[in-house]
Design a protein around this ligand. Structure first.
Ligand SMILES: *Cc1c(COP(=O)(O)O)cnc(C)c1O
Length: 364
C-alpha cells in the first residue's frame, strides 16, 4: 500500500480546509460527474467508503431477512459482511483458479426462489464475466451489484465495469488505484436508485422548496469535500496510472514465466486488467508463509488481499461449509496466494529485484 499523493493533491485539500466548506460540496459534485462520465453511466454518488456503497445498494434494492445474495467465495470480507448486516444470507459460489473471479458456470445452480440479488466482484482489477452474468441475472429478474471496489478503469469488451449491472460500487481506500483516504462511489443508470442512494447517504432527508423532510430512515454516509478534493487530481491521472501498472505487470509476466511452482494470473481475452493487485498462486508443495517470510527478510513486502470468506470464523460458524470440498479454488487462492508489489511509485528494476528474490526463496 503506497498511495501516490502529489503536492497538487495536498494543495487541493488545503484549499477546501481554508474555505470552511468541509462536507459534500463542489468537489464531491465535480468528482461525481467526472466518474459518471468515465464509467459511462447517468449517475455517480459519492459516499464515505466502499463498504457503505455496498450497504446502501442492498438497502436501496430492498434486500433483507429471508433473502439470499449470491457472492463469490473469494473476496474481501466486506462483500459478505453487508449481506449479513441487512439480515440476508450469503450464497457462496467458487471462483475460477486463475482469474480469481466468480465461476460463471456455477452461478445459475445457486439461484433459488429466495435469491434477491447477485453481487459479483471484479477481483484484483479484472472484470469477471460480467456481460453474460448480467444476462443470466436479467433472465431470472435479479439485480446485479458489481463490487468493483478495486477495479476502477477495468473493462470488458471496451466497456467500463460499474456500467453493466444495476449498480456499480467502487472504493477509494488507499489500497485501490486512486484514493480519498476513505471513500466510495456508486454508479447507476437508474434515476430512482440514484435518488435512493442520495437519500440514504444523508439521513433520508429530502430538500424540497428550501425545507427538509425525512422521508425514510437513512445513514450518514456522506463524503467530505476535502476527501473529494484529494482524489480528483489522482482520478484525472487514472489512465496514466493504469498504463504504468500494465507495464509493471508485463514485466512480471516476462520475468516470472520460468519460475517453477507458480501459477500466474490469467488474462482472458476481451478484458483490460488494471492490476490493482498482481496475485500469484504457489504450488501446494511450497509453504506460502515461508515464502512471505523469506521475501520480507530481503525487504520485500507482500500482502494477502482477499479471503476465502466461508473459511473465516464467523462464516465458518454460521454457514458450516466444508471449504476444501465446496470452494477448492477459493481455498487455494486464499491459502497459497501471494500479492507481489505493484505500485505507482515502483519501476521495472523493482520487479526484477522481487522476481530474483522470489526465485531464490522458492528454490531454498
Ligand atoms: C476494498 C474492498 C471493499 C471495501 O472497500 P472499503 O472502501 O475499504 O470499505 C469491498 N470489496 C472489495 C472487493 C474490496 O477490494
Amino acid at each position: 500500500m503506497s498511495p501516490n499523493i502529489s503536492e497538487d493533491d495536498i494543495n487541493a485539500v488545503a484549499d477546501v480546509l481554508r474555505s470552511g466548506m468541509l462536507v459534500q460540496g463542489e468537489n464531491v459534485e465535480a468528482l461525481e460527474s467526472s466518474i459518471a462520465e468515465y464509467v459511462g453511466v447517468e449517475h455517480a454518488v459519492a459516499v464515505s467508503n466502499g463498504t457503505a456503497t455496498l450497504h446502501i445498494s442492498l438497502v436501496a434494492l430492498g434486500v433483507g431477512p429471508g433473502d439470499e445474495v449470491i457472492i463469490p467465495a473469494f473476496s474481501y470480507v466486506a462483500t459478505a459482511n453487508v449481506v449479513e448486516i441487512v439480515g440476508a444470507e450469503c450464497v457462496f459460489v467458487d471462483i475460477e483458479p486463475d482469474t480469481f473471479n466468480i465461476d460463471l458456470s456455477k452461478v445459475e445452480a445457486a439461484v433459488t426462489s429466495r435469491t434477491k440479488a447477485i453481487m459479483p466482484v471484479h477481483e484484483f482489477g479484472l472484470a469477471c464475466d460480467i456481460d453474460p452474468l448480467v444476462e443470466l441475472a436479467t433472465k431470472h429478474g435479479l439485480p446485479v451489484v458489481e463490487d468493483a471496489a478495486c477495479a476502477l478503469g477495468a473493462t470488458e469488451k471496451s466497456k467500463q465495469v460499474g456500467s453493466f449491472g444495476t449498480v456499480g460500487s467502487f472504493s477509494l481506500h488507499p489500497r485501490k488505484s486512486v484514493t480519498s483516504g476513505e471513500g466510495g462511489i456508486l454508479t447507476t443508470k437508474d434515476d430512482n436508485l440514484a435518488d435512493s442512494f442520495r437519500l440514504l447517504r444523508n439521513h433520508g432527508m429530502l430538500t424540497k422548496d428550501g425545507s427538509m423532510d425525512c422521508v425514510l430512515p437513512g445513514f450518514n454516509y456522506r463524503m467530505t469535500d476535502f476527501q473529494a478534493a484529494l482524489v480528483r487530481g489522482q482520478f484525472a491521472e487514472l489512465d496514466r496510472k493504469i498504463s504504468h501498472r500494465r507495464m509493471l505487470a508485463k514485466a512480471y509476466f516476462e520475468k516470472l514465466g520460468d519460475i517453477v511452482g507458480l501459477t500466474l494470473p490469467a488474462l482472458p481475452e476481451g478484458k483490460d486488467h488494471t492490476w490493482q493487485t498482481f496475485h500469484v498462486v504457489l504450488d501446494d508443495g511450497i509453504n506460502r508463509d515461508m515464502v512471505i517470510a523469506g521475501l520480507r527478510k530481503e525487504g520485500i513486502g507482500t500482502n494477502l488481499g482477499a479471503q476465502c470468506i466461508p473459511a473465516q470464523t464467523f462464516y465458518r460458524e454460521t454457514y458450516g461449509k466444508d471449504c476444501n470440498e465446496q470452494f477448492p479454488n477459493a481455498m487455494r487462492a486464499y491459502e497459497q496466494g501471494l500479492a507481489l508489489p505493484l505500485f505507482d511509485k515502483i519501476g521495472t528494476e523493482e520487479v526484477d529485484r522481487v522476481t530474483e528474490s522470489l526465485r531464490r526463496v522458492i528454490a531454498s
